[in-house]
Design a protein around this ligand. Structure first.
Ligand code: ZN
Length: 687
């Protein structure tokens, strides 16, 4: 993942994916009919007064940071974030047009146009108030006994797609038999972004928990509770969520797939959870007959079971009421949205202003009907030449990886043989899926906003659950085409580059090879090496969790990655918070490996060309500046603190400078001297 990592088992599909957006349109903003152009190497974004050998990030991004303050509706701002916003404006133009056009629309165009129209109808949403929640709250209120809890939970989880109702249930590839899809029951049940928010004891953590309790009380007041009762209920919820957090694995431990693989038959599940009747949970989902479930975190599920046994029915219902309101808040009236924004965006991430309504509605269409919207995007923004050019670059980077593996001094021939087999079977997905998803079963109406949300969410939930017990569909994509991000999936053994990430300034067909190989080539290399990082290397070429490394090679690999762990642990994110470099290990290794491979591929691409200096930079210098300029960013301190806990990626500054110090190629390109900050005496190198 180039940007925001998903957990290994990303089971949540629905409301949570779009929850971080909210309302108010600056009058100056307009939908776009064409992308604004920024070159992949942008001179004004540099700070040429800085010495590249002292601080290469400042040299490459100083101008960008000075000219691009964080907009008031954003937690951070970056080259990726800006491109994402341009994409959103372009999608806004598409959706606004389809919303107005009532005739001659095909099925997909009707659905995304009417979804957008209903989402933009703030008058109707305001009039509905909290009413759309009545169904969920009614079924929670009428829960008469704990024995009826499993059936209720399966209904609430399906309707919301939210992992906040005690746990998260969905489908995933079997770690042991990658051609099959099985049921996965994952940890969940929390309102805060990470389990550590409940357990950390420092003053800042205590303050955030106090503010969280105030937020919970505010939501209960919106649901009609008197202030004293609302405060009492807030304390109840925080108490229950803390129990779940204490039983959850730490984020770093979740990088080890063996810690998440416990495929239990139904008898073993019953033994683990004697107080929870799984048959009642599974039956309404059409899964009564499934033989086994992968319980990712057995300790967590034992805690859920104990909680059900010991806590009162009334307290469990209070907990469910909170999660019903929390998961639906982005789709309710302004009072609910404001309450949610105040804590989750303003307090936790430092965002001053809510996002304008159009952004929120575009993000929802992308999250819930993403391939229908993606089809329109691709038709306008990703032609066959672009696909051919980026596919060619991908093949070149793979060729560089082959050459790199063959030359590795620390890996034995046997392991190399296996690694090359894995590389050869890796599938490249570029731009958009070969087969588009059929949304025919989802009814979308221009006058039924909340109904649209629920029907689209249930459709996606049922689609995920329908895979259980069936062979894997290898053609599926985990990101929508307009997404400005890319990923590697170790179980599918494929790399995925949506059309949205293959646009200027990240991929720029108008510019010379050097910055493009540095930028997009670096990203392709980054994703490729994920197949061989601390997580990815544990899966074989077929995507099975199987150790294919000779023990001495595994030891060499770990020694080399330890060098990177030690290097990044020294870097400060904000205040006195250092990078959690065990959490960022996979991404840091991918960044370094990716740039090395991009550099190799660029050399091969330009071997027979006469290259000239441009803009006062040598071709090789242009490759490094082109690389760095994908990572230019400005970040709010609150958001930096949140990312330090949850994001497996290092801050942009270290994603640039942390590589340069390890690369003799960089030292030579800028004629740096041994004692300068961008030259490390103790270089790390894995690939
Ligand atoms: Zn990554």
């Amino acid at each position: 993942m180039r940007l925001f990592g998903l957990s290994l088992t990303a089971l949540a599909w629905g409301w949570t994916a779009v929850a971080l957006a909210a309302t108010g349109t600056p009058a100056s903003e307009q939908p776009l009919t064409a992308f604004p152009y920024t070159p992949s190497l942008d001179l004004p974004s540099m700070d040429q007064s800085a010495d590249p050998c002292v601080d290469f990030y400042q040299y490459s991004c100083g101008g960008w940071m000075a000219h691009n303050p964080i907009p008031a509706d954003q937690a951070s701002w970056s080259v990726y974030g800006k491109l994402y916003q341009d994409n959103q404006k372009f999608l806004w133009g598409i959706l606004d047009g389809l919303a107005r056009q009532k005739e001659a629309r095909n099925d997909n165009q009707q659905k995304i146009g009417d979804y957008f129209a209903a989402c933009m109808d703030e008058t109707a949403i305001e009039q509905a108030g909290a009413h759309p929640l009545a169904g969920m709250l009614g079924s929670i209120k009428s829960l008469r006994s704990k024995s009826a809890l499993p059936a209720l939970l399966s209904q609430l989880q399906l309707m919301s797609g939210d992992p906040g109702f005690l746990f998260s249930f969905g489908s995933n590839q079997d770690f042991g038999e990658s051609t099959q899809v099985i049921a996965f029951a994952d940890a969940g049940g929390l309102g805060l972004p990470d389990r550590d928010y409940y357990t950390d004891g420092d003053a800042h953590a205590l303050q955030l928990r106090t503010q969280y309790r105030q937020h919970l009380a505010g939501v209960f007041r919106l649901l009609g509770d008197a202030p004293a009762l609302a405060a009492h209920n807030a304390a109840t919820v925080l108490g229950l969520e803390t129990q779940l957090a204490q039983a959850s694995l730490k984020r770093v431990d979740r990088r080890d797939p063996y810690k998440l693989f416990h495929k239990l038959d139904r008898a073993a599940v019953r033994q683990l959870m004697p107080n929870f009747e799984w048959a009642d949970f599974l039956r309404p989902l059409g899964l009564a007959d499934i033989k086994a479930i992968n319980i990712t975190e057995p300790k967590f599920y034992a805690a859920v079971d104990a909680m059900i046994a010991t806590e009162s029915l009334a307290d469990l219902k209070t907990y469910l009421r909170w999660h019903a309101a929390h998961s639906a808040a982005p789709f309710l009236s302004k009072a609910f949205e404001d309450q949610r924004f105040a804590y989750f965006d303003h307090t936790l991430r430092g965002v001053p202003l809510q996002k304008p309504r159009w952004k929120r509605c575009v993000a929802q269409v992308d999250a819930l009907l993403g391939e229908a919207l993606g089809r329109e995007f691709v038709a306008r923004a990703f032609g066959p030449e672009l696909k051919a050019a980026t596919l060619k670059m991908t093949n070149q980077i793979e060729q560089a990886m082959r050459q790199d593996i063959e030359q590795l001094g620390w890996m034995s021939d046997d392991t190399k043989h296996q690694a090359l087999a894995k590389l050869d079977t890796m599938v490249n997905k570029i731009g958009y899926p070969d087969r588009w998803r059929d949304y025919g079963a989802v009814a979308i109406r221009s006058d039924d906003y909340f109904g649209n949300v629920q029907r689209a969410t249930v459709f996606e939930g049922r689609r995920q659950l329908a895979k259980i017990g069936k062979p894997l569909d290898r053609s599926e994509w985990g990101m929508t085409p307009p997404t400005v991000n890319a990923y590697y999936n170790g179980q599918m053994n494929d790399i995925n580059f949506p059309a949205g990430v293959l646009q200027p300034p990240l991929y720029d067909p108008k510019l010379d090879d050097a910055p493009n190989y540095g930028n997009t080539g670096g990203t392709i290399g980054h994703e490729l090496t994920h197949g061989f990082d601390d997580e990815g290397r544990q899966f074989d070429s077929a995507g099975n969790l199987k150790d294919w490394w000779a023990p001495a090679d595994a030891k060499n690999f770990e020694e080399r990655t330890q060098c990177i762990v030690d290097q990044y642990a020294k870097y400060v994110v904000v205040d006195d918070i250092h990078i959690n470099s065990r959490l960022t290990l996979g991404e840091d290794v991918a960044d370094l490996g990716g740039l090395i491979l991009a550099h190799m591929a660029w050399q091969a691409q330009t071997a027979n060309q006469t290259l000239e200096n441009r803009d006062g930079l040598t071709p090789e210098q242009r490759l490094f500046v082109g690389y760095a300029q994908w990572a230019c960013e400005n970040d709010r301190p609150e958001n930096q603190r949140l990312h330090a806990k949850t994001d497996p990626h290092s801050p942009g500054r270290y994603r640039v400078n942390g590589l340069m110090v390890n690369m003799p190629e960089f030292e030579r390109a800028f004629a740096c001297k041994a004692a300068q900050p961008m030259v490390s005496a103790n270089r790390c190198r894995v690939w």
